[in-house]
Design a protein around this ligand. Structure first.
Ligand code: MG
Length: 413
């Protein structure tokens, strides 16, 4: 079997869901999803000649080939790997289809029949739709005048928006619990907690009290049996975020995510050593090498690679094995469509040390409609039951995808 074409399409969900399709001379088509990035489809187009003519079943060799070819441009990490992650996932889909087995089987089989999903609840109820440089944009699926939309930066603006309220957190937590989710995640860094200076990583006492009050409201609403993780989006300095963690202790968070910049291992280690809350990080890290040091040094407690960015399913497996040796659970970050979510679910089923997989798109009304071939909805009662169909187990519903395709981008052309 030989790859004949690499094609792309971009769908505007709450983020740009970027799809890679590998076509072959035997008529099989492999589907993968990439984490968004500026210029991502141009990168994918550049990689096409490297895979055309290759046997898609040589997954590890093709990964190495792509890695070597981009080593000058991308060197040891970066958005080149957003592209490679999607290609690698499409290769697994092709291998599974060619052998007639699901991806989890190729990854060594499953530890569990169903994969636990946690619902990202962000900062409450406001709809969030972000472009590739994290500016807000009007969501295409909401009837609203796009001309009236004022784009805002996700980072770097001291916000004059109203803050999220404890009531919002309470309502959101109860709504997700009612859907069957056993684990939730809320943002600590809601607008209004940046302080007067959004750049200096500082947290005022007032901001700490406010954020802790939000989490307290969610905890009070759902009781002790629902897990609640808390995200800081790498905004703070170690000493301030240690104060946060100590205040959050009574509410028993599942983890505190990205308290400090993930590339600062010393700061991460300092926070992890000083608090009694599990520290999670990983969504900004690439490849096994990105995780090797922080895991070996026990600078974190929960490992959160993003399968659409980290380098692919095989890379994620090597990270999971290393984390397991260090007695750390894996809770993959995930903002993808059902395509990427399902690829991640195959991986989650195949590792012993799985904790929970993220779902970030509960407001997107067409999320489930984007794929065919699995029972709807894909997430039932807070879990994904693994499909037994060959490969990834789903096909993209191109009619729906085309309806929300990003303008100016190719649609599998
Ligand atoms: Mg996060």
């Amino acid at each position: 079997m030989k790859i004949t074409r690499l094609k792309t399409a971009v769908v505007e969900g709450n983020f740009d869901w970027t799809f890679v399709r590998l076509e072959t001379d035997e008529g099989l088509r492999g589907l993968g999803e990439c984490f968004f990035a500026p210029g991502l489809t141009a990168i994918l187009r550049s990689l096409e000649p490297l895979v055309v003519g290759e046997d898609p079943r040589d997954i590890h060799r093709l990964f190495r080939k792509l890695r070597l070819a981009t080593s000058g441009a991308g060197s040891i990490a970066g958005i080149i790997y957003n592209a490679i992650s999607g290609i690698e996932a499409a290769l697994w889909d092709l291998l599974g289809q060619s052998l007639g087995v699901p991806i989890y089987r190729l990854l060594g089989g499953k530890f569990r029949e169903k994969v636990r999903i946690y619902a990202d609840c962000r900062g409450g109820e406001a709809l969030e739709c972000l472009d590739e440089v994290l500016r807000t944009r009007p969501a295409r699926w909401v009837s609203r005048d796009p001309a009236a939309h004022v784009a805002k930066d996700y980072f770097g603006e001291a916000s004059d928006e109203p803050r999220s309220s404890p009531d919002e957190y309470r309502r959101r937590a109860l709504a997700m619990k009612a859907q069957g989710f056993t684990a939730l995640k809320f943002d600590f860094d809601v607008p209004g907690t940046e302080g007067a200076d959004p750049y200096n990583r500082e947290l005022s006492n007032r901001a700490i009290d406010y954020g802790v009050g939000l989490i307290a409201a969610a905890r009070e609403a759902v009781g002790v049996d629902i897990d609640i993780a808390v995200d800081c989006h790498w905004r703070y300095n170690p000493s301030d975020v240690v104060k946060v963690a100590r205040e959050l202790e009574p509410f028993r968070p599942l983890w505190l995510e990205d308290p400090v910049p993930p590339e600062n291992v010393a700061a991460l280690k300092e926070v992890n050593a000083k608090v009694r809350v599990a520290i999670a990080t990983g969504e900004n890290l690439f490849l096994f090498e990105g995780f090797q040091g922080i895991i070996a040094q026990h600078a974190l407690s929960v490992v959160t690679p993003d399968l659409q960015k980290v380098g692919g399913l095989a890379v994620a497996q090597s990270i999971a094995q290393f984390a397991d040796v260090h007695s750390m659970p894996i809770a993959p970050h995930n903002i993808s469509s059902p395509v990427g979510t399902l690829a991640a679910a195959h991986f989650c089923a195949s590792i012993p040390n799985f904790l929970a997989l993220e779902f970030h798109a509960s407001e997107v009304p067409f999320w489930d409609d984007l794929v065919t071939g699995v029972p709807q909805p894909l997430i039932q009662g807070g879990f994904i039951h693994l499909p037994e169909r060959p490969g990834l187990g789903v096909a993209l519903n191109e009619e729906v995808a085309r309806r929300y395709a990003r303008k100016g981008e190719a649609f599998f052309a």
